[in-house]
Design a protein around this ligand. Structure first.
Ligand SMILES: [Zn+2]
Length: 179
């Protein structure tokens, strides 16, 4: 597949599609998939043909993957959700928790940007699991929250003289105030 200039730009900008002025072999102009450079009109047909040709190969690969990771992602999602639910505790200050959600709504109204309530220590982290309690919550812009996901750097939780809050808490808090 020829890497055209438009495709290179799309790759650099992390865009899913780009537009080509070179027609595909079936004469379609326009939208192409960035990852493989295939025309979007031809893609379903190519995919179907590829599947028909490589059915055995695909099935064995699926089988192999199932052995490596026996839990399909949609099931692991449900398990994850029930694990998250165990992180909700009765003794948490529900009013303080509600305040975080109100603050997120306020920040959205105030800045016009999307804000979310984030768990400083993720509820289902890889190494650590936090609780759904008032001092594990922070209000941060959604794009920061989405890039954070379940990643939690333990070094970030570097308690200073104030033992009640992790270091990064102040960082996001101040960011909220500055706006
Ligand atoms: Zn085409």
């Amino acid at each position: 597949m020829i890497r055209t200039q438009a495709r290179k730009i799309a790759i650099a900008n992390n865009e899913k599609y780009y537009y080509s002025n070179v027609p595909c072999k079936n004469g379609h102009l326009g939208k192409r998939k960035t990852n493989n450079g295939i025309c979007v009109i031809c893609f379903p047909k190519i995919k179907k043909e590829y599947y028909a040709k490589n059915k055995e190969k695909i099935l064995t690969r699926t089988k192999e993957l199932r052995q490596i990771n026996p839990i399909p992602s949609r099931i692991s999602k449900v398990i994850n959700e029930s694990k998250r639910r165990t992180r909700f505790v009765k003794w948490a200050d529900q009013d303080q928790i509600a305040l975080h959600y109100i603050k997120a709504k306020f920040m959205e109204w105030f800045t016009g940007e999307k804000y979310q309530v984030d768990h400083i220590i993720p509820l289902c982290g890889k190494n650590v699991c936090g609780l759904h309690v008032e001092n594990n919550l922070q209000v941060i812009p959604a794009h920061i929250n989405n890039s954070k996901r379940n990643h939690f750097n333990e070094e970030e939780l570097n308690y200073g003289t104030d033992h009640s809050r992790p270091k990064n808490y102040g960082y996001y808090e101040n960011m909220g105030r500055k706006l």
